[in-house]
Design a protein around this ligand. Structure first.
Ligand code: PLP
Length: 391
């Protein structure tokens, strides 16, 4: 059997093997006491009007393939969202409904880069960008984010030998939780125009705002020059608790790029199920959904305050939680896997080791707010009672 050697980049199982093994060796009782702050999956349910729309669609018109680009009414609703939310004018031909941003982000690489090309990735980052590029044997140029540069590493340190074809950006960011300034993103738009390459801007968290504060996010299409080089990946997953529905969108203004993405999508699969699309349409248009999301964000806001205070009282420098569900903080030991294992073993608290998000993630841990308040308090208390000096 011949296996694509691109698989070698999927090092995640290796990295977390030890933690998984530690957990699997726990007794069932001990397992049940573990508080998992590692998960990035909203625990509050999908708003009822969305679920009702999905059921209604399934009961009435469940048969037949969907279209590969997505329903016109949903694409029109995404255009309205762009106008209301960002003041950006899009037309439905520029919107492509997809089976989850994860899939879109992995696939965009197949269309807009070739094996051997260079791909720029912010480090630390959502691992899919790296996996997509590594799998296709591209040369990855990490831009190193640090607390000092507020995870917005500057561009002039770049040394790129191969043709630069793709830049992946994500703000508000997973895992660091920081947002970028428009000037910062503009520098990439300018670079992409100079190099005639594309930028994938991942805005999966644009509308995830614990506490309902002001969202700091914007669309790449707010920036001059972005129409030619911008590709925006959006997701219904986090703000609407729709992770299980697998639905997303890609927005592309460049006509040639849009044509190629459309062509690829129509060969790759047969579109997103009509009932999930009905749910996404309800997410954007049903007035009750707005109220439910707002009250969910009140709950998430309280949890974010608890987590922030707890982490700060432990003395760890942190970022995040304003526009993402993530707290990103210095791990007690520079080895993030070792720190996470220690906390799992001694406190029964599961966190994500930062190195899983790239080399610049080493020395950090990520915690999420997808646990009820009492579990968060409990996790923090357990950590406060630990002596972490000798990890
Ligand atoms: C930055 C980022 N982009 C995309 C995704 C995936 O979104 P989806 O559920 O639409 O595949 C995630 C999921 O955690 C994410 O953190």
């Amino acid at each position: 059997m011949r296996i694509n050697s691109g698989f070698n980049v999927f090092n995640q199982p290796y990295l977390f093997q030890k933690m998984e093994q530690t957990f699997s060796e726990f007794s069932p009782e001990r397992k049940s006491q573990v508080i998992n702050l590692g998960i990035g999956d909203p625990d509050l349910p999908t708003p009822a009007p969305i679920r009702e729309a999905i059921v209604r669609e399934h009961q009435t018109k469940h048969y037949g393939y969907p279209t590969s680009q997505g329903r016109l009414d949903l694409r029109e609703a995404v255009c309205k969202y762009y106008d209301d939310r960002f003041g950006v004018s899009m037309n439905p031909d520029q919107i492509f409904i997809g089976p989850g941003a994860k899939t879109d982000l992995f696939d965009l690489n197949a269309v807009f880069a070739e094996p051997g090309d260079s791909v720029v990735i912010l480090d630390p980052a959502y691992p899919v960008y790296k996996d997509a590029a590594g799998f296709r044997k591209q040369s990855i140029h990490f831009l190193t984010g640090t607390l000092e540069n507020n995870f917005q590493p500057v561009l002039d340190v770049l040394k790129i030998d191969n043709p630069l074809s793709l830049i992946y950006l994500c703000y508000p960011n997973n895992p660091t939780g920081v947002s970028a300034s428009k000037d910062y993103i503009q520098s990439f738009v300018d670079l992409a125009n100079t190099n005639q390459c594309m930028i994938v801007m991942d805005i999966a968290y644009a509308d995830f705002v614990p506490g309902n504060g002001e969202s700091s996010s914007f669309s790449i299409f707010n920036l001059p020059g972005a129409d030619a080089v911008g590709i925006e990946a959006g997701s219904f997953s986090k703000p609407f608790s729709m992770t299980g529905d697998r639905i997303s969108w890609v927005a592309i203004k460049n006509r040639v790029a849009a044509q190629h993405w459309h062509r690829y999508r129509s060969s790759r699969d047969s579109g997103v199920s009509n009932y999930d699309q009905a749910g996404a349409l309800a997410a954007l248009t049903d007035p009750h959904v707005k109220d439910i999301v707002k009250s969910n964000f009140e709950i998430y806001g309280k949890r974010a305050r608890i987590l922030r205070q707890g982490i700060q009282s432990l003395g760890f420098k942190m970022t995040g939680l304003d526009n993402t569900p993530y707290a990103w903080f210095k791990s007690p030991n520079p080895d993030s896997v070792r720190s996470a294992e220690f906390l799992l073993e001694k406190a029964g608290v599961m966190l994500t080791p930062g190195v899983g998000f790239g080399p610049a993630g080493e020395g950090f841990l990520r915690a999420t707010i997808f646990q009820p308040e009492d579990r968060l308090y409990e996790a923090l208390e357990r950590m406060q009672n630990l002596d972490m000096t000798h990890i």
